[in-house]
Design a protein around this ligand. Structure first.
Ligand code: FAD
Ligand code: UDP
Length: 419
């Protein structure tokens, strides 16, 4: 039996520190929990908080990693720079409900994410232009005069401030627009998508490239959402604050699958029948011992480098859309506004197929018909357990942003609290 830990907040979190203290609690009685949450990412933490606070439920949260926050976890590195351990996370949403709820647990630093593509300029140097590819990108790529003319032509075809996906743009019969679409496809999408997915844009779920449309605008922001920002002290303190409730017990370093039993519609925890709701945010295939075969995912390798200079690049994230083996470089100081002279930390992302090897994390579901059908088999298994709720990017096998998961967690909690 792994050690049991009760997390509680240390004052330092709100006074600028990031440390959490954990107090060991041996011999905890499982019968005293009303709800079980597997995973302490957005799905798990939001649900746990609402059930504990509004429902008065005693909630046990089991987290396999040695920290809370899921993939949004951040921490200071050896140089004292706050880094995102599992890839750059920028908060953005149009949901006032999500923003208001999370704002109970953090204040926000104003931050509007801007990304540029960094590509060879064809003359032995390199150039950068905004991504999503916009009217400014057009003028950088084709020169001010020609770029402006092409921009006007696109606006005449689609409308001002409109977003057009690359796949839509490539359908345009006008030869000049088709040639432009080919340029954007070649310089922004095809190589990046091959690196990220091992497939071409037309071979993957169209909703994926639609996340980064061609934008007939001068707006250089990566997202146009109403609410955007970074948690003032980082994501981890946000989670620690959210999970800091007398009715919540968090046990990190604990694989729930070693404790959970699912058989004949009955859920067991540590061998005892568990009657309360179980909110599971891990992989659906793993929960059912891969009985229908593994669900495919993409994973990432992160290359962190700490450099003895103030800044490395012009933007929070720079996408390498034509060359280099990595997809993008993120510089954390630019995301979080941390001020530290003479040192900066950057991170390169390398995507590859997930094999299930020890230590690999399944970051991206590969959405297509065959995989959705495979997922549906696991979902049907889960539905045989009335108390089991699959919630989250992994458990639902979806490409969800943080706010989408937070909203789904709020909505699941609405339903559970009604009961
Ligand atoms: P997770 O954060 O994955 O949490 C699930 C937790 O469950 C994990 O901590 C895991 O360890 C735990 N778990 C799994 N199985 C078990 C088990 N058997 N026992 C115990 N615990 C278990 N979203 C944005 O909105 N903006 C961004 O900029 C952004 N950038 C991203 C960049 C990258 C590289 C990636 C991969 C994702 C990004 N996202 C971003 C998406 C964001 O990470 C997810 O939406 C969010 O983390 C999903 O929350 P979750 O709770 O569903 O899953
Ligand atoms: N994409 C691309 N070039 C870019 C940015 C994005 O081809 O410069 C495509 C690529 O297929 C990528 C998808 O658009 O996987 C979604 O990009 P996003 O930045 O939303 O991905 P995430 O941050 O979730 O990894």
């Amino acid at each position: 039996m792994p050690a049991l830990w009760l997390a509680f907040l240390n004052d330092t979190i709100y006074n600028g520190g990031t440390e959490t203290q954990f107090e060991k609690q041996e011999g905890m009685d499982m019968a005293r929990f009303d709800a079980l949450v597997v995973g302490a990412g957005f799905a798990g933490a939001v649900t746990a908080r609402r059930l504990a606070e509004e429902g008065g439920k005693r909630v046990l949260v089991l987290e396999r990693r040695d920290h809370v926050g899921g993939n949004a976890y951040d921490c200071p590195d050896n140089a004292g720079i706050l880094i995102h351990q599992y890839g750059p996370h920028i908060f953005h949403t149009n949901s006032k409900r999500v923003f208001d709820y999370l704002s109970r647990f953090t204040q926000w630093l104003p931050y509007q994410h801007k990304v540029v593509a960094n590509i060879p300029d064809g003359k032995g140097g390199r150039m950068q232009y905004p991504v999503p590819f916009n009217l400014t990108s057009l003028e950088t790529a084709f020169g001010p005069g020609e770029g402006k003319r092409l921009g006007e032509k696109l606006i005449a075809a689609y409308g001002e401030e409109k977003k057009v996906t690359i796949l839509e743009l490539r359908q345009n019969p006008d030869p000049e627009i088709a040639a432009l679409a080919d340029y954007v496809y070649e310089h922004v999408f095809v190589h990046y998508t091959m690196k990220q997915w091992g497939q071409k844009p037309e071979e993957i779920d169209p909703n994926t490239t639609a996340r980064v449309p061609v934008f007939l605008s001068r707006d250089e922001r990566y997202f146009q959402d109403t609410y955007q920002g970074m948690p003032e002290k980082g994501y981890t303190p946000l989670f620690e604050h959210m999970l800091d409730h007398p009715n919540i017990t968090v046990e990190t370093g604990c694989d729930a699958l070693e404790r959970l039993g699912l058989k004949d519609g009955v859920i067991r925890l540590d061998g005892e029948v568990f009657e309360g709701p179980v909110i599971y945010s891990g992989q659906a295939d793993e929960l059912f011992a891969f009985q229908f075969g593994p669900l495919p995912y993409r994973t990432l390798d992160f290359g962190f480098e700490t450099l003895a200079q103030d800044y490395f690049q012009s933007h929070g994230t720079v996408n390498y859309t034509v060359d280099e083996p990595y997809t993008r470089i993120t510089e954390f100081k630019r995301l979080t506004g941390q001020e530290k002279a003479g040192v900066t930390t950057i991170m390169k992302e390398y995507s590859k197929a997930y094999t299930g090897d020890n230590g690999e994390i399944p970051y991206y579901a590969i959405i297509n018909e065959a995989n959705n059908a495979l997922y549906a088999k696991y979902k049907a298994e889960a539905d045989k357990f009335p108390g089991l709720h699959l919630l989250g990017r992994l458990a639902e096998y979806k490409y969800y942003n943080m706010d989408a998961i937070a909203l789904r967690a709020l909505e699941l909690a609405d339903r559970l609290l009604e009961k």
